[in-house]
Design a protein. Structure first.
Length: 255
C-alpha cells in the first residue's frame, strides 16, 4: 500500500546451516509476515521487542558452536578408544597380534568352522630354536631383532584371513581357517625354510641366523567349537616333538 511505512527487520538474519539456524530463520520470516499486517503502533511495539531480542542470535550461534564442538570431541574419543583397543591386542615389539587377541580369535574361528560344517581349521605353533643362546651371544637387542624377523616371515607367508600372533617370549602361532593338515604343512614348511634362509643383521654389523621348530594340529567340524584347549595342547605336543627331533623341522599332531 502506497505511503504505508514498511516495518524494519527486528530479527537479524541467522547464519549457519544447523537445525537451530533453520528454526530461527523460519520464525523470523513468520514474524515479519505478521508485522506487515499489523497497524503501525502495534508494529512499532513489535519492532522494539524484536530489537530487544537481537542478542538471542548470538546465543543461537554459541549453541551451534557448542554442538559442533561436542561432535568433534565425541569423534576424537571414539578414535582414541579404538586405538586403545588395538594397543591392548598388539605385541609392542613385533607389531603382531598378542596372546589376548589370539585366544579370542581362536574361539571365534573355531565357532565359525563349526557353523560351516565339514570345514577344517589348523593351528600352527612356531618356536625360535636355541633362543637363549641367541640372547647370550648377541644380547637382548639381537634377540629382539631375530623375533622381529620371524614376525616378518609370518606376515609374508600367510593370507589376510589367517591370524598370526606372538603368544609367548619366543613362541608364535598361526590360525589357518579353512585349511587342511596337508595345506597347513605347506605353510609351516614355507615359514621354516624362509626363517632358516634369512641373514639377519645385528646393530653392530654381525650377521645372525635363526631357525624355528613347528608343530601343527587340525580340527574338523562338527564338534570343534569348544576344542580350543585340546587343539592348542595337540599342536604344543607336536612342537615339542619337533624340538626332540633335532629342531628346525615340522611335526603334525594326531588328534
Amino acid at each position: 500500500m502506497t505511503g504505508m511505512a514498511q516495518p524494519s527487520k527486528p530479527f537479524a538474519e541467522p547464519t549457519g546451516a544447523g537445525p537451530a539456524s533453520a528454526l530461527a530463520l523460519h520464525l523470523r520470516r513468520s514474524i515479519e509476515h505478521l508485522l506487515h499486517r499489523m497497524p503501525a503502533p502495534v508494529r512499532e511495539v513489535a519492532n522494539e521487542v524484536g530489537r530487544s531480542l537481537a542478542p538471542q542470535r548470538g546465543l543461537v550461534l554459541q549453541l551451534e558452536q557448542l554442538l559442533k564442538e561436542r561432535e568433534r570431541l565425541a569423534e576424537e574419543l571414539r578414535a582414541a578408544n579404538e586405538m586403545l583397543v588395538e594397543l591392548a591386542m598388539t605385541d609392542p615389539l613385533t607389531g603382531m597380534s598378542n596372546r589376548r587377541y589370539f585366544d579370542e580369535a581362536l574361539k571365534r574361528d573355531l565357532a565359525r568352522t563349526e557353523r560351516q560344517g565339514g570345514a577344517t581349521l589348523t593351528l600352527v605353533l612356531i618356536d625360535a630354536d636355541h633362543f637363549k643362546a641367541v640372547n647370550d651371544t648377541y644380547g637382548h637387542n639381537g634377540g629382539d631383532t631375530v623375533l622381529k624377523e620371524i614376525a616378518m616371515v609370518l606376515r609374508e607367508s600367510t593370507r589376510v584371513s589367517d591370524v598370526a600372533a606372538r603368544v609367548g617370549g619366543e613362541e608364535f602361532a598361526l590360525i589357518l581357517p579353512q585349511t587342511s593338515s596337508d595345506n597347513a604343512l605347506v605353510v609351516a614348511e614355507r615359514v621354516r625354510t624362509r626363517v632358516a634362509a634369512r641373514r639377519i643383521a645385528h646393530d653392530d654389523g654381525r650377521i645372525m641366523q635363526a631357525s624355528v621348530s613347528v608343530g601343527l594340529a587340525t580340527a574338523c567340524s562338527p564338534g570343534c567349537r569348544n576344542h580350543g584347549k585340546v587343539l592348542y595342547e595337540a599342536a604344543d605336543r607336536a612342537l615339542y616333538a619337533a624340538k626332540g627331533a633335532g629342531r628346525n623341522n615340522v611335526q603334525v599332531a594326531k588328534l
